[in-house]
Design a protein around this ligand. Structure first.
Ligand code: BG6
Ligand code: MG
Length: 220
């Protein structure tokens, strides 16, 4: 096909933000400061290392590098305890229908996520085999809002960036898609994601004929 789709994972396909929150909150508790859901918003779409830096800033805490490494490991172990209990029932509403629709149209899709746990999460929810390719936190050098993750995704799709549509729930992700010269679709709060080309509250709101319309509107 002439277009392709790149999906963010956390917050678009599955709601893992709540597990990241619990794991980071445990760490904040241990370090003795409060970490709220509002704080957690700042960590969405951002790499694990950067997330810890933001968290430590919130707590006004300075740590030696070795200690940071230790906490990155323990936070992830904690997070994995939640992830390994996940199942297909945790796929967000509308996601599978959307993938079915893309299959029907012959439009290929890849994953473009900052998470190093992406393959494990997709496996837990039985979606690993459906993607044409996986670009995750293990395959990039520069985190979102850098466009690298999506540009690698376009290569996997064998398409020019202009022919790619990105689904994202994070501000950093929308910025990355826009910088990659792709069409960005914000999933979530419209005000928060106002830099996106299109906005929907969730995947169930995407019209059945969205892609057909997109193709004809762009003369593809
Ligand atoms: C992103 C999440 O998808 O992945 C971030 O939105 C998270 O909150 C990042 O920090 C890295 O995830 P992981 O699984 O590699 O720690
Ligand atoms: Mg996300």
């Amino acid at each position: 096909n002439k277009i392709g789709v790149i999906f963010d994972l956390d917050g678009v396909i599955v709601d893992t933000a709540k597990y990241h929150f619990l794991a980071w909150k445990n760490l904040a508790d241990e370090l003795g400061f409060e970490f709220t859901e509002a704080h957690n918003e700042l960590l969405k779409g951002v790499s694990r290392v950067r997330s810890l830096e933001i968290l430590l800033d919130i707590g006004n805490i300075n740590l030696p590098e070795s200690k940071k490494q230790e906490y990155l490991v323990s936070k992830n172990e904690d997070y994995l305890n939640y992830i390994t209990k996940m199942g297909p029932e945790e796929i967000l509403p509308g996601a599978e229908k959307l993938l079915d629709n893309l299959d029907k149209l012959g439009i290929k899709y890849v994953l473009g996520s900052a998470s190093k746990n992406s393959p494990l999460i997709l496996k837990q929810v039985n979606l690993l085999d459906r993607f044409e390719g996986i670009v995750d936190g293990n395959s990039v050098n520069k985190a979102k809002p850098d466009p690298e993750v999506f540009l690698i995704g376009a290569k996997k799709l064998n398409l020019k960036p202009e022919k790619c549509i990105v689904f994202e729930d994070a501000i950093a992700g929308i910025e990355a898609a826009n910088r990659a010269n792709m069409t960005s679709i914000g999933i979530g709060n419209k005000e928060t994601l106002n830099a996106a080309n299109y906005n929907f509250n969730n995947l169930t709101e995407i019209p059945e004929n969205f892609f057909e319309k997109f193709l004809s509107k762009n003369n593809i």
